[in-house]
Design a protein around this ligand. Structure first.
Ligand SMILES: Nc1ccn([C@H]2C[C@H](O)[C@@H](COP(=O)(O)O)O2)c(=O)n1
Ligand code: ZN
Length: 200
């Protein structure tokens, strides 16, 4: 059977068979999927006050870099300062880590999904890396000099910056579902206490 007949036969079958299962509706949109990856990465951050995640995506919708804010390799989270006025001396920002963690030669023309607006230092690295569009979730301190400077550089460099929005916020919130502990079977009066005890 040649390809045309096969195609015609398949489309006829599809149309004629109401029982054929249809695709699932309501799945994550691509951009929700990418921002959810950034939100998930932020869960790895040990920063007690501010957890940030970043996810880099290429034009083929493939994730090519993920990062979160953390101490440099070899600099123990238990030794280096997480205090607010000292951590900035040491912490690698999520965007920088996502770029450094890239699994491709370069990230030119890629999109960056990040849970916080990039600072001026990350803006330099983002621009130099060739990332073309940034989607950010929160811009908590737009008045801060570092974020004003970042915006100026993005405009000058032609990097598009967009606030990420979705009408389905639950699609990017990571809720780690801890399955409830199994409840012990109610013991009837006559049965002896289980010897296994609670292993939950
Ligand atoms: N776009 C950003 C903003 C902040 N961070 C990290 C750096 C620190 O660990 C933490 C707090 O930053 P701050 O609000 O004190 O500037 O968040 C990041 O990785 N990316
Ligand atoms: Zn930064």
């Amino acid at each position: 059977m040649d390809i045309n007949n096969l195609t015609a036969k398949m489309s006829l079958e599809d149309g004629a068979s109401p029982a054929k299962s249809r695709k699932r509706e309501g799945c994550l949109k691509w951009e929700e999927f990418f921002m959810a990856n950034a939100v998930l990465a932020a869960q790895r951050s040990k920063d007690p006050e501010c957890q940030v995640g970043a996810c880099i995506v290429n034009s083929a919708k493939r994730i090519v870099g993920v990062g979160y804010n953390g101490m440099p390799n070899g600099c123990s989270d238990d030794i280096f300062e997480w205090k607010k006025d000292l951590k900035q001396l040491y912490v690698c920002h999520a965007e920088m880590n996502a770029i450094l963690n890239k699994n491709v030669i370069d990230v030119k023309g890629c999109d960056l999904y990040v849970t916080r607006f990039p600072c001026n230092e990350c803006a330099k690295v983002i621009i130099q890396s060739g990332i073309s569009t940034i989607y950010f979730l929160e811009d908590k301190h737009p008045e801060r000099q570092m974020y004003v400077a970042a915006k100026k550089m993005f405009v000058a460099a032609g990097v598009a910056v967009r606030q990420f929005t979705t009408d389905r916020k639950e699609n990017i919130e990571i809720r780690l579902r801890i399955s409830p502990k199994p409840q012990p079977e109610p013991q009837s009066e006559s049965q002896p206490e289980s010897q296994a005890g609670s292993t939950a």
